[in-house]
Design a binder for this molecule. Structure first.
Ligand SMILES: [Ca+2]
Ligand SMILES: [Ca+2]
Ligand SMILES: [Ca+2]
Length: 938
């Protein structure tokens, strides 16, 4: 920092004290006038309103004192770990104030932490503040000077139940300049990925730098031990609690921690956590480096598909330990049944179980590991429960107490319980400068397979080679869509989006093709025994496809099914095969399979829209279309995954179920399209009939879908109620009948009326960035059911409204590039919101999720000047598909005319078969809609 600045700050501090003592007298005088009060803290001049107690204490000038002069806004934990934070703390000035700097001080207690918040000023300007220091040190934000009358603070992330602040200061200080210019050098696609985006609110699996695309290992230094609402790696906390090597859909595992000196492992993370600083941290797709302050140890990690690789560098001579946690809760499950065994002086192997899942899934599954060190350890120690310590052991076992699995899960879930603690540690004597390398091979089937995975993927000790190969793989994946032009921030967001679409879902099969299943009968302990299966093999003996662990594919027709098909068609083929392989044992196409078993997550049979889209694009090569069709047909009948009832089958709608009816109807339509393509005309007719039954649920006066009772009367007519909907309401859900927009328009009185209605919903949702909770307001891009809305206009003859709203949603809901915001701040579902964001940014979409007999893509205005999609030669005849925009700018956001391969294109859509051949789409843009272009829907 320059000395000049320091002086300014000191000066400001002295000025504060004077301002505080004088402000009582000055308020009446100052409030009458508006002028630049350079360097003076303007906060005490404001009146404060908001939640909690001692509101005025937040501007009383008393700061950084524990328990004195603090505002306590309060906060509340939901049982899954999500936290409700204080919102609407407002500072109001009687006269306008020119300002450019705000300083925030958290309460100095380490028990309560406001980690992140947003400020919204009276002129609508918003500032995201994150990484607020827990210890009460100043957090300063500087922005372009503006004149405002109020400032609202909303909590975004935090820890504790008495979250508040010690002090807020507001200044106009011309000596401070906002520094928004990025100093980052962009050298490759990976360099654009910012893993920290929206980690203030992500789920446990959201940010895992230690992973290959869809890799089995998903390693991350986690800083918040909870599932939702900022669990896992959360930028706002600078304490590493552990390095879990599995951050997956209701799975967590193999949590390690390198330590030095004396620690008490029986206290779990409380005993071993260490602070670190973002200043020396490097966090990337495929690599993470940070420095553990407490242990003076630098930690780096990278991975292959199934091997985690750690490189530790010690800064002082001491006894070091490498801890492996085998009991207690981590992230989204509890670890139980820990086992470890010394195999050789530099190798251990073992396993642990996972239980207490939130959304069902196997009661118990196991992960197996082989852990190799590049030099012999002195001994293996262990711990059990709150007290017991074991020294120099060769074998460790901590069986599940009798009856434990049959207990109420909530007794254990997300709780630190001393009796559950378990683990082992490997001891070393290290000198300053010593490097210790550790490789962890993993498997969900056996120790033997974990060993083979390690031998097959990483038999050497060259960390940099693995790191380099990981980056190469990520670059290859991300680079399949290359963009030029547009804003730097948009490119950062775009490649981070692509990263998430290839990150959250993970392989569970071994190199050999073996994979776990937990689908049989429960034993007396309450667990289903592991049965190892293997996927079918190619002629050369290698597995035909992989098996994946993932959250629901719920409504992925509006994101992944289309996006993957553009750049990564093999992923649709792979997921189709994986879903069918689950059904081979479990008889049903799963929604969100976990650990090799089924979960109860979400609704319908979302596999249908994925498999049908794969088939219609000619990408279904790893399973037979006939077998897939028969399985889907079975799942669409009573007893199948879709879970349809007799009423739906007979009438085309189900009592009390508006959301399900709409989803089932779409999936039935997708299946009908596939039946038609397969020449199964009776099936096609049958499912097509079912797909229009939803029309009975349109309320003739309100023009939105509502749930009906069995007798045909309306269950309610509140368009914002979630009753009858799945994570949605009538406004958000109605426009989801993607397959029947013509039918919807007819029932609303025509396409004009439909567009007017939907346009109203969008206009109303602008101030909140099109982001709401599951049920508030009309449009929500923070969750699946609302993610198609802006593209509906393309199917209703007013494509300029799709062009307009897509660009605004892309920027407002999905434009954020800081730890607070990037995906609507609500619910990023393993690449689903990322998928919508990425599609919006390249200007392609498919409302019907490419499930039509002849799939099409609808066009909106891309954010970039040029987009080149490399076509996978295994699946597509063409080489590249390029989109060029002319005169693209903030103002020029409407398509004037278009050409496809040099020929004039007057539709706002084009066929997938033209995409597959490769080609060039050119878009000429202007500031006003050309209402003559593209106004005839397909
Ligand atoms: Ca205070
Ligand atoms: Ca604090
Ligand atoms: Ca969701």
């Amino acid at each position: 920092m320059k000395p000049k600045n320091r002086k300014t700050k000191l000066h400001a501090r002295v000025a504060n004290k004077i301002t505080f003592s004088l402000c009582l007298f000055l308020i009446p005088l100052l409030s009458m006038s508006c002028y630049d009060q350079v360097g003076e803290n303007l906060a005490p001049l404001a009146s404060v309103s908001g939640p909690g107690k001692d509101l005025q204490a937040v501007v009383d000038g008393v700061k950084q004192q524990d328990g004195v002069g603090e505002w306590i806004g309060g906060s509340r934990y939901g049982w899954t770990g999500r936290i409700g934070l204080p919102k609407n703390l407002e500072l109001k000035w009687q006269a306008p104030q020119k300002i450019n700097k705000v300083v925030i001080y958290d309460r100095p207690t380490l028990k309560e932490h406001m980690g992140a918040c947003t400020l919204t000023f009276s002129d609508g300007f918003r500032v995201d503040i994150y990484a607020i220091a827990n210890d009460g040190s100043a957090k300063t934000v500087v922005f372009e000077p503006r004149t405002v009358t109020s400032m609202r603070l909303d909590g975004v992330d935090g820890v504790g139940e008495k979250i508040g602040l010690s002090e807020i200061e507001v200044y106009y200080d011309p000596s401070e300049q906002s520094d928004t210019k990025s100093k980052k050098k962009f050298t490759d696609f990976v360099s654009y990925v910012d893993p920290t985006i929206e980690t203030s609110r992500g789920r446990w699996f959201f940010c895992t730098p230690g992973s290959r695309p869809f890799g089995m290992v998903s390693a991350a230094a986690y800083t918040r031990n909870k599932n939702g609402g900022g669990g896992g790696y959360n930028y706002n906390s600078t304490e590493v609690l552990g390095f879990a090597n599995i951050h997956a859909w209701i799975m967590s595992g193999i949590n390690i921690m390198p330590t030095t000196g004396q620690i008490n492992p029986n206290l779990e993370e409380k005993g071993w956590k260490s602070s670190f600083s973002h200043d020396t941290e490097i966090i990337e797709a495929g690599y993470h480096k940070l420095f553990l302050d407490r242990y003076q140890t630098q930690v780096e990690y990278t991975t292959t598909d199934r091997v985690a690789f750690y490189r530790l560098k010690y800064n002082k001579a001491t006894e070091a330990n490498f801890l492996l946690q085998l009991g207690g809760y981590v992230g989204n499950v509890s670890y139980v049944d820990g086992k470890a065994r010394v195999v050789s002086p530099n190798q251990i192997e073992g396993s642990h179980g996972m239980t207490d899942r939130v959304w069902a899934g196997p009661e118990l599954n196991h992960v197996f590991f082989v852990m190799q060190f590049d030099r012999p350890f002195l001994r293996m120690d262990g711990w059990k429960g709150g007290q017991q310590k074991l020294c120099d052991i060769k074998q460790y076992s901590n069986p599940i107490p009798k009856g434990r699995l049959k207990q109420d899960k909530r007794k254990y879930m997300f709780k630190y319980l001393p009796e559950e603690q378990a683990g082992v540690s490997l001891a070393y004597d290290v000198d300053a400068g010593d490097v210790l390398q550790v490789k962890i091979g993993m498997s969900y089937t056996s120790i033997e397979n974990a060993r083979k995975n390690m031998e097959g993927e990483c038999a050497h000790w060259d960390f940099d080679r693995v790191k380099k190969e990981s980056r190469r793989q990520w670059n290859e994946r991300l680079g399949r869509i290359e963009v030029k032009g547009g804003q730097e921030q948009t490119r950062i967001k775009f490649y981070t989006d692509l990263w998430h679409t290839q990150l959250g879902r993970h392989k569970i099969d071994d190199l050999s093709g073996d994979y776990p299943t937990y689908m049989g009968k429960q034993n007396s302990q309450g667990a289903v025994p592991l049965v190892i299966k293997s996927v079918s093999k190619k002629q050369d003996g290698t597995p035909r496809h992989h098996m994946y662990n993932h959250d629901a594919l719920w409504l992925t027709m509006w994101n992944l099914n289309t996006l993957w098909g553009l750049g990564w068609p093999e992923m649709l083929d792979e997921f189709s095969a994986s879903l069918m392989e689950y059904a081979r044992t479990g008889q049903k196409l799963p929604r969100g399979p976990c650990g090799g078993g089924y979960t109860g997550i979400m609704t319908g049979c979302p596999a249908t829209s994925l498999i049908a889209a794969t088939y219609q694009k000619g990408l279904l090569t790893k399973v037979s279309p006939e077998a897939a069709f028969q399985q889907m047909k079975k799942d669409h009948m009573p007893g199948g995954m879709m879970d349809v009832d007799r009423a739906y089958i007979e009438n085309g709608w189900s009592p009390g179920k508006a959301g399900r009816t709409i989803q089932w109807a779409f999936e039935d339509w997708a299946l009908a399209q596939m039946a038609a393509e397969l020449g199964k005309n009776d099936d096609a007719e049958y499912f097509l009939n079912r797909s229009v039954g939803w029309r009975a649920l349109i309320h003739p006066e309100i023009g939105l879908v509502f749930p009906k009772k069995a007798d045909g009367s309306w269950k309610h007519t509140n368009p914002l109620s979630r009753d009858g909907w799945i994570e949605a309401n009538a406004w958000q859900g109605t426009f989801g009948v993607s397959h029947d927009i013509k039918g919807l328009a007819k029932l609303m009185g025509g396409t004009e009326q439909l567009c007017r209605k939907l346009n109203y919903a969008f206009k109303k949702s602008v101030p909140n960035d099109f982001v709401f909770g599951y049920i508030n307001d009309c449009v929500s891009y923070a969750n699946q059911p609302g993610c198609s809305a802006a593209h509906v206009f393309n199917h209703a003859g007013q494509p300029w409204l799709s062009q307009k709203w897509v660009r605004l949603v892309s920027r407002q809901a999905y434009g954020g590039t800081n730890p607070n915001i990037g995906y609507g701040g609500h619910d990023e579902d393993q690449g689903q919101m990322s998928g919508v964001s990425a599609l919006m940014k390249i200007g392609l979409f498919s409302l019907r999720g490419t499930c039509s007999k002849e799939p099409i893509y609808e066009i909106t205005v891309p954010e970039f000047d040029e987009i080149t999609i490399a076509l996978d030669p295994e699946y597509y005849p063409g080489k590249t598909f390029t989109i060029k925009t002319y005169d693209n700018s903030d103002e020029n956001c409407y398509i004037q005319k278009a050409k496809l391969n040099g020929q004039s294109l007057n539709n706002c859509w084009f066929y997938h078969k033209d995409f597959a051949k490769g080609g060039l789409l050119e878009l000429w843009l202007g500031p006003k809609p050309n209402k003559k272009w593209g106004n005839r829907p397909e």
